[in-house]
Design a protein around this ligand. Structure first.
Ligand code: DGJ
Length: 736
């Protein structure tokens, strides 16, 4: 064993009680092999020393209608009521099932039983899928093999425990070990069985321009599903959910957070049964999903990430944040300082040429901006959004002298250069579509719906991906490009692929996502130094799958800082600040200062015409912002985030704070949304070292961490009566 963790071996199997225990620094997850080799779930929660946990599998008594297995010598055991590790369909468990396989006989009865297991150091990668990773000595993995005796389908349940994080990742490998083809009709990635319904569900819902609204509601009997069937994640629901005790707050109480590393049709299904226990499934949405496995073929589900916290939602979020930067974002930019950019979209939309972009760069340079991003409109005949997608060659009428020449001019000013793509899309008015109309997704005999004047390319096809890769490769290899924004501005309708036989059309949606991942993998492997930013009309594909390839994602097309407060607060439940694309734009009533305070709690950049959309006074503000960006970069991006006052809970104010990992520095941020009726304002800070002495950099006054956290800071000096409309301030504390 090479396990290097400070804790004892995190995964153990108690031979006597047949119990698997997965221990993190603060949590225990346990299940057992019961009679007849049923895999029965036992526990997920605060860390436990015990291994004899089998009594925890009894959650309520046998009902008279409950089916049972006569071979099990236990009057209280029924698949109807026991919590299962990977529940299956049709063999006595009437709740929602994680696995349903239609076998050669045509029925969908599925019943997997334990066969063997192995525990090993490290973490396997998942073929074709984004997934968390670990260096040597950082993780341990358990693989449990269970087989359905009739179809021969083998399910390998994969669990990884990480050394430094209260995190367990899960996925499932399904293999047809039988003699006849089978069809997977449900193949979820994880199942969590909680012994109570006395929980609140927290999730993120929204829509374009208004993503990531946080909703918290008490669980009720029945099935609740958070899902997408858009072919992409969508902004309607994020593949994140948390279950909190009703008394759990930001900084106290138990919470179970779950996130899915996937960018397509997902489902997070929660069933509260009549005994008041809760089953949560996370996986590929079974609607429109059918996957055929020939004998010997296998299927890997995407990965689910489970985080347990006994210190509230805040600690859960901080675990997700650091864990994703350490173990999910594979880009070399994950922890590298990103260049401060200016993006041309809101500054010019399609109306630009090389001289205008150079003029932007000239002005931006004076403000200290480090990179110019040329957004949509540089290629084909793309002078508006009606045409051009798919033709990824430079429009030399706009960029006279070509792209290299423009980049040379921008570089000569000392700025890096970034470019926009929407690789999955094609406009009917494009050379690509005229040459290959069959490459646009459409079901046989049907027209395709149009959305934003465009169609989606069939990314399940290698020839389509090869074409787009080749087009991108030519531009990216011949020009000095430092950044790509990968956009995606519509969802999939009339889903089918001309290359799949009828019995495999149910594989379309997942194959589409695999195709996108393949193309992203090829681009990021060919150009590892390019910083990739993901985007889907803002945050319509804001998920952990994308973070694997792109360390930052444009959070929303809405750049108003007051609106952004709820969007970014919501996203921060699961995703790190370093992942949230956020810009100062001209599109707001709030002051430039406030736009900066909010955007700085993201990747930070500008999206306005620097020549005409800033007054002299605002330029001074921008210069200060740029200085602050550099000063606070590490603190904001790699520190701990504390959400102090949520904009959804307080109609007047939003407060948040960052603390450096060594607790020697803290940054408090406040946005005043409306004039608060109470002009006496004081706030308790969080996450400080109670014994350290912190100096308020502005006033020079010193406080112990204990005083700042329990007595609070008096913020009444600020003139709330006159500056309430979207104003803001930050306060920096440094240990003496
Ligand atoms: C949607 C994105 O969210 C915008 O930032 C911009 O890139 C446009 N697409 C361009 O078409």
């Amino acid at each position: 064993m090479i396990w290097k963790g400070v804790n004892a071996m995190p995964i153990t199997f108690d031979q006597q009680h047949h119990v698997f225990k997965l221990d993190t620094s603060v949590s225990t997850y346990a299940f057992m092999v019961y009679q007849e080799n049923y895999l029965v779930h036992l526990y997920y929660g605060a860390k436990l020393p015990d291994t004899d946990l089998s009594y925890l599998m009894y959650r309520g008594k046998f009902d008279s209608l409950s089916p049972y297995n006569p071979k099990v010598e236990d009057l209280f055991f029924s698949p109807d009521i026991q919590p299962f590790e990977y529940p299956t369909n049709g063999a006595g468990d009437f709740r929602i099932s994680a696995l349903s396989v239609r076998g050669g006989s045509g029925d969908a009865v599925t019943d997997i039983r334990y066969v063997s297991h192995k525990i090993y150091d490290g973490k396997p990668s998942l073929p074709g899928l984004p997934a968390t990773f670990a260096q040597e000595g950082q993780a341990q993995t358990l693989e449990v093999e269970a087989v359905d005796a009739v179809t021969g389908v083998k399910a390998t349940l994969l669990y990884t425990v990480f050394e430094d994080y209260p995190v367990i990742t899960r996925s499932v490998r399904l293999e047809n070990g039988g003699k006849a083809p089978v069809v997977l009709e449900r193949a979820y990635s994880s199942c969590v069985e909680l012994p109570t319904m006395d929980l609140d569900m927290v999730h993120l819902w929204g829509k374009w321009w208004n993503e990531n609204n946080t909703e918290r509601r008490a669980l009720q009997h029945g099935i609740t599903s958070i899902q997408s069937k858009r072919g992409m994640t969508g902004s309607n629901h994020n593949p994140f959910v948390a279950f909190a005790r009703p008394s759990t707050t930001e900084e106290s109480g138990e919470v179970w957070g779950m996130n899915f590393i996937y960018s397509g049709n997902f489902a997070i299904d929660t069933e509260v049964d009549t005994r008041g226990t809760t089953r949560v499934l996370m996986g590929i949405n079974p609607t429109d999903f059918r996957w055929r496995l020939e004998p010997g073929e296998s299927f890997q589900t995407p990965e689910a990430v489970l985080v347990y916290s006994d210190k509230g939602l805040g600690a859960m979020s901080r675990t997700f944040h650091h864990f994703y930067l350490d173990h999910l974002c594979r880009s070399e930019w994950a922890k590298k300082k990103r260049p401060l950019l200016i993006n041309s979209w809101e500054a010019a939309f399609f109306d630009f040429d090389d001289d205008k972009l150079v003029a932007f760069a000239q002005e931006a340079k004076k403000l200290g901006i480090e990179m110019l991003v040329m957004d949509d409109g540089w290629f084909g005949t793309r002078n508006d959004d009606l045409r051009g997608l798919g033709d990824w060659y430079v429009n030399e009428k706009k960029l006279k002298g070509g792209l290299s020449h423009l980049i040379e001019r921008v570089n000569a000013l000392g700025l890096k250069f970034g470019i926009w793509y929407e690789p999955e899309m094609v406009n009917p008015d494009s050379d690509l579509y005229r040459a290959h109309p069959d490459w646009a997704i459409r079901a046989k005999g049907r027209e395709h719906s149009i959305s934003r004047y465009q169609c989606v390319l069939d990314m399940t096809r290698k020839d389509v991906r090869d074409n787009i890769f080749q087009q991108m490769y030519e531009v990216l290899s011949q020009n000095k490009i430092d950044y790509i924004k990968w956009d995606c501005n519509r969802n999939i309708t009339e889903a089918a692929s001309a290359t799949l036989p009828p019995e495999r059309q149910g594989e379309f949606f997942h194959r589409y996502v695999l195709g996108v991942y393949d193309l992203m993998d090829r681009i990021t492997t060919a150009f590892p130094h390019i910083l990739l930013e993901n985007c889907s009309s803002g945050g319509c594909r804001f998920d952990a799958g994308m973070l694997y390839y792109a360390p930052q994602i444009w959070t929303s097309d809405c750049t108003d800082p007051i609106e952004r407060l709820t969007i970014q607060f919501g996203a921060s439940l699961c995703y790190p600040v370093a992942a949230m694309g956020a810009h100062v734009s001209a599109n707001s009533r709030a002051s430039v200062k406030t736009r900066g305070v909010v955007a700085m709690s993201g990747t930070f950049g500008y999206e306005l015409d620097p020549r005409t959309e800033l007054t002299d006074e605002e330029r001074e503000v921008v210069l200060q912002q740029v200085a602050d960006y550099h000063k606070y970069y590490d603190l904001i991006h790699f520190g701990d985030l504390y959400r102090l006052t949520a904009p959804t809970e307080n109609p007047y104010l939003a407060d948040w704070q960052f603390v450096s990992p060594d607790k020697n520095e803290a940054l408090f941020c406040r946005v005043i949304m409306r004039r608060p009726p109470n002009l006496y304002q004081s706030v308790c800070l969080a996450g400080l070292d109670p014994d350290k002495i912190y100096v308020d950099e502005e006033t020079g006054k010193a406080y112990s961490g204990a005083l700042l956290m329990h007595g609070g800071i008096d913020l009444s000096a600020y003139d709330y009566a006159n500056n309430y409309d979207g104003d803001s301030f930050m306060k920096h504390f440094v240990v003496r």
